[in-house]
Design a protein. Structure first.
Length: 321
């Protein structure tokens, strides 16, 4: 199979690097700056589950991909931020052929609608990953925990030849690739958890452990139950063991856990407020509930975005004086 990995950041670099290490036919779709960096350093992964140091990997720039539009890829793995998806889709559109499958690793559900509208639902798989990774200032992919799972499946749960082909391709790669007949269920369960973690840690500007120490576990659990209720309304009731695990993680004494959205706010970066919290609220059967903690958290995040945009505009204004 011919893989196009969109980007070589934390997710793309990790899973793409593992596939390349396993001998798969992998090409990265890169921006010029990252391409230049990889030309100098190669693709390096640091992980307790095994380091990787590869020579500069095969890559293509978006403008060059357009020139090669007659040569589609079999699989396109997409792991961008949700707010970049529109631009990202345009960047890889030339690589999509009649039989290309797109495997997105974004959180939430809105991206499935966007990809299906742009390319047709037959091209889109469900997917998710369980990993904590980051790109350090030197461009090294840092694997920060001891899990590196990637699950994927047809949106209707069927087993198909292309799912079997992906299973075979992932078999020798050093990550836990798993085909799932209930991929939408798994995506909803992860969505509820990360929406809860993002809501409470961003709202309180604190770790889970600090929130618990302050006696606010009931607030955390209320947010989690609200998200779980929305999942149920959409036909994806959280499985009991999954729900119990989520509650346990979100109320763990001394836990240093914060959501990645919290880290984005701390460094003044863009956030996925609409995709993770806003879209979940939008799928609720209960509208305009003033007592909704999810709604309060979403308003808090939107205020951050307003202030961030105003700060950028003011900075531009000062530069133009």
């Amino acid at each position: 199979m011919r893989f196009l990995i969109v980007g070589a950041g934390a997710l793309g670099g990790y899973f793409g690097g593992r596939l390349l290490e396993a001998g798969q036919d992998v090409t990265f779709l890169l921006r010029p700056r990252r391409a230049a960096q990889l030309e100098k350093t190669g693709l390096i992964i640091k992980s307790t589950l095994g380091d990787v140091a590869l020579p500069p990997p095969p890559y293509v720039l978006a403008e060059d991909l357009v020139k090669r539009s007659g040569v589609p890829f079999d699989v396109i793995i997409v792991g961008c931020k949700a707010y970049d998806l529109g631009q990202t889709m345009e960047s890889f559109a030339a690589a999509v052929g009649p039989d290309t499958v797109i495997l997105p690793l974004l959180n939430g559900m809105r991206h499935l609608d966007q990809l299906s509208q742009r390319f047709g639902q037959k091209h889109v798989l469900g997917g998710q990953c369980l990993i904590s990774a980051a790109l350090n200032p030197d461009g090294i992919v840092m694997h920060l925990n001891d899990t590196h799972g990637l699950s994927f499946g047809e949106l209707n749960g069927s087993n198909t030849d292309r799912i079997d082909a992906l299973k075979a391709a992932f078999a020798d790669a050093r990550f836990d690739g798993k085909a799932s007949a209930i991929i939408l269920q798994e995506m909803w369960e992860k969505w509820v958890f990360i929406a809860s973690a993002a809501s409470i840690t961003c709202l309180m500007r604190a770790t889970v452990g600090d929130i618990v120490s302050a006696g606010a576990s009931d607030i955390v659990l209320s947010i989690f139950e609200e998200g779980s209720a929305i999942a149920l309304q959409n036909g994806f009731a959280l499985r009991p063991a999954v729900a119990e695990r989520g509650r346990s993680i979100l109320t763990a004494i001394g836990s240093p856990l914060t959501a990645s959205m919290f880290k984005d706010i701390a460094r003044g970066a863009p956030i996925e407020a609409d995709h993770i919290i806003g879209d979940l609220l939008g799928r609720s059967a209960v509208k305009n509930n003033g007592l909704s903690l999810l709604r309060v958290a979403y308003a808090h995040l939107k205020i951050y975005e307003v202030k961030r945009a105003r700060g950028a505009a003011e900075a531009v204004s000062l530069l133009s004086v």
